[in-house]
Design a binder for this molecule. Structure first.
Ligand code: GH3
Ligand code: MG
Ligand code: MG
Ligand code: MG
Ligand code: MG
Length: 303
């Protein structure tokens, strides 16, 4: 992994000395420098920097101001900054820590100590990045259905809460579509459970293609899916549902599923409307509409 270091110091000799020391241990492959906090900040904005070594006393913008300015920005929250200080006093260090310094090196610096402190900061940054990545992965896993990669029921319920509140606040309509594959048991019986799973992932892909960027699709149960459609009045939800019904019916399966035709039944409900005043009633109405679609012969949309 290519790493970049930025050295900010108003003394040319000190900058050179630091750069020479760092080049000697090849922890980085790009070396940037600046003579004061303001120039350092500009370099930071224009480059992807992994670690900063920064002097305290400098003209135009000193190390404290530099720290405060960069830590105020989201993208520099985790960037390690080692402060170079000629002063050993504790007040300087406390102030530096409070403003976001990661560590200190006292001038005149010992090359071994400087390198050791740089190594520690890079290692901690590496661990931090790894933790962030694995947290993001866990978060994604926790909201995703493993088979279809649509959202799972848990995330759907979180988002319904949010969208319902938003809709109440803004007075914008919120629609919900529940869809269920018709005679899915027969598909499993005919083609086997594994091919049944493949039908579910293909249906999920069809659903995904239909979504607008602000819609949400989730696998609600075994072969039941839910679409959450913000800012969508009932007639629009009905036409989305109807288009989806046709697309599913017209889908041409391949491989061992060649010749298979599947159909879905869909129930639609919209908030606010005469019988929908809560999340519970939104789901109840959509569910009852789905039931009517099944009773009415399947492969249809009901409100
Ligand atoms: P209908 O909805 O039209 O009334 O009939 P159906 O046969 O689709 O209805 P039912 O809800 O009775 O059956 C759903 C079947 O879906 C039963 C279950 O074995 C199957 N199923 C549920 N989850 C999965 C899954 O993850 N993979 C596969 N292959 N089958 C599943
Ligand atoms: Mg200085
Ligand atoms: Mg059923
Ligand atoms: Mg079914
Ligand atoms: Mg079902």
């Amino acid at each position: 992994m290519k790493k970049t270091v930025l050295v900010i110091d108003d003394s040319d000799t000190l900058r050179e000395e630091i750069l020479r020391t760092l080049k000697g241990v090849s922890l980085f492959d790009t070396y940037l420098e600046a003579a004061d906090g303001l120039d350092g900040f500009k370099v930071l904005l224009n480059n992807r920097v992994d670690l900063v070594l920064c002097d305290l006393e400098m003209p135009r913008m000193d190390g404290f101001r530099f720290l405060t300015m960069m830590r105020a920005r989201e993208e520099f929250q985790d960037l390690p900054v080692i402060i170079l200080t000629g002063r050993e006093d504790r007040d300087t260090k406390i102030r530096g820590l409070e403003q976001g310094a990661s560590d200190f090196v006292t001038k005149p610096f010992d090359t071994g100590e400087l390198v050791a402190r740089v190594r520690v900061q890079l290692k901690m940054k590496g661990l931090q990045d790894e933790l962030k990545r694995s947290n993001e992965m866990l978060r994604t896993l926790s909201i995703t259905d493993p088979l279809t990669h649509l959202h799972n029921r848990r995330h759907l319920m979180e988002m319904v809460d949010k969208e319902f509140q938003r809709s109440s606040r803004k007075g914008a309509p919120l629609s919900l579509v529940i869809l269920d594959i018709d005679y899915f048991k027969k598909i499993n019986d005919t083609y086997g459970h594994q091919e049944g799973d493949r039908v579910l992932t293909i249906l999920a892909d069809i659903v995904r293609r239909r979504l607008r960027s602000y819609d949400l699709a989730a696998r609600y149960g075994g072969e039941e899916f839910v679409l959450l459609l913000p800012e969508t009045p009932v007639h629009e939800a009905l036409s989305i549902a109807e288009r989806l019904r046709l697309e599913v019916q017209e889908h041409v399966f391949e491989g061992s599923l060649t010749g298979l035709v599947i159909t879905i039944s869909l129930g639609v409900a919209t908030y606010p409307s005469s019988r929908v005043e809560s999340i519970d009633s939104l789901f109840r109405q959509a569910d009852e509409a789905l039931y009517r679609a099944k009773q009415g012969g399947r492969n249809r949309v009901e409100l």
